[in-house]
Write a protein that binds this ligand. Structure first.
Ligand code: ARG
Length: 356
């Protein structure tokens, strides 16, 4: 089916946005304790996760984040974008597979769960047991998109046995090479460890995405795409979109420390180093660093959704020739993401191109 007729069609992070899924925080729970969840968190965040395992996120935090998500949906609609929402799921329900049981997390981050490549929407095999059924809330939409002509696929369902995880994993000392909490037992990946620039896709090996998972994506997409694994310097890698964000052809936003060397391919691109985040100490961030400030969403090559209180980022974007669309999102940030994580661009008007 050709792009204009297909409900799913997006090739990059910047073509004009026409339809988007915005996440929800209803029934969000801290998952039961598991080593895979410890690895990407900071020591303080781990303490909070352990103390609250199996409990709901604080209701006042959920309410504040839900209001911001609704406001984001309204901002996007006012900018001419069709907004869709998942169907709430009760993440306190337990489920399992041979050898393990778990309860769930949330439906806040469609970006983590689903990958859109052209007319195809792909369900990702996530490494956290607490996210095993993370696509469930999106299934009504997936079925609708499928019926309307999209290609719908899912990577091989992982088994997530104990063998996948490094039982003796500990934080590596500063300066030592990255050691992941997951091995290569089977392909696992989160969608947010990939970022799209047309035929070139950038990926990172992380605590949820393994090498065989990246290889699976490359082989699944075939020769028309090139998947490049980047070596980034993130102490707790999980999701690439607070480290490296291509915003438009020729424009790359980077974290000041996590991209020690801009990959050679981006030679000739303008590189903007993200301004320091202004999120105050003490603001709860359950599962992200403050650098979530660079997790912006492009509505086209110029309009960019940014956090309303993040004046340095608003200024940087203006200086860079962009048009910031401010939106309050700090309460949502507590849940581990910002505008890019909280959304999934289902349709952007444009064609599959090579930008390198
Ligand atoms: N790991 C990143 C950080 O701590 C946050 C990435 C969030 N991205 C997402 N898609 N949930 O800075």
């Amino acid at each position: 089916m050709s792009a204009p007729d297909c409900p799913v069609s997006a090739h990059n992070e910047w073509d004009p946005l026409e339809e988007v899924i915005v996440g929800i925080v209803d029934h969000s729970y801290f998952p039961p304790r598991h080593i895979a969840q410890d690895a990407p968190l900071s020591p303080d965040q781990r303490t909070v996760f352990h103390a609250n395992a199996g409990l709901p996120f604080p209701p006042e935090r959920v309410a504040a984040a839900a209001a911001e998500l609704d406001a984001l949906a309204a901002v996007l609609e006012a900018e001419g974008v069709r907004v869709r929402r998942p169907e709430p799921r009760d993440h306190a329900q337990s489920y399992g597979a041979p050898g393990w049981t778990s309860t769930g997390l949330y439906d806040a981050m469609p970006r983590d769960v689903l990958l859109v490549f052209g007319d195809q929407i792909l369900e990702c095999p996530m490494a956290w047991r607490s996210r095993y059924y993370a696509t469930s809330s999106f299934r009504p939409l997936l079925k609708e998109y499928f019926r309307a002509g999209a290609r719908w696929s899912a990577a091989p369902k992982p088994e997530l046995p104990d063998e996948l995880y490094e039982a003796d994993w500990t934080d590596q000392p500063d300066g030592e090479p990255f050691r992941s909490v997951i091995g290569e037992f089977e392909p696992t990946f989160d969608a947010a460890d990939f970022i799209r620039c047309g035929r070139d896709i950038f990926a990172q090996r992380s605590h949820v995405t393994n090498t065989i998972g990246i290889e699976w994506v490359q082989r699944h997409l075939g020769d028309g795409y090139r998947v490049h694994t980047l070596d980034l310097a993130d102490d707790h890698p999980m999701h690439i979109d607070a480290s490296l964000m291509p915003l438009a052809p020729g424009k790359l936003l980077i974290h000041p420390d996590r991209v020690p060397e801009v990959p050679k391919m981006f030679k000739g691109w303008d590189v903007l180093v993200a301004p320091k985040p202004v999120i105050p100490d003490g603001h709860p961030l359950y599962m992200t660093s403050k650098w979530i400030n660079m997790n912006v969403l492009m509505l086209d090559e110029e309009r960019v959704v940014v956090e309303r209180q993040d004046e340095p980022m608003i200024k940087a974007m203006k200086d860079w020739g962009m048009t910031p669309v401010p939106c309050d999102f700090r309460n949502f940030n507590s849940f581990g993401g910002s505008f890019h994580c909280a959304t999934l661009d289902v349709r952007r008007r444009g064609t599959l191109e090579s930008y390198f």
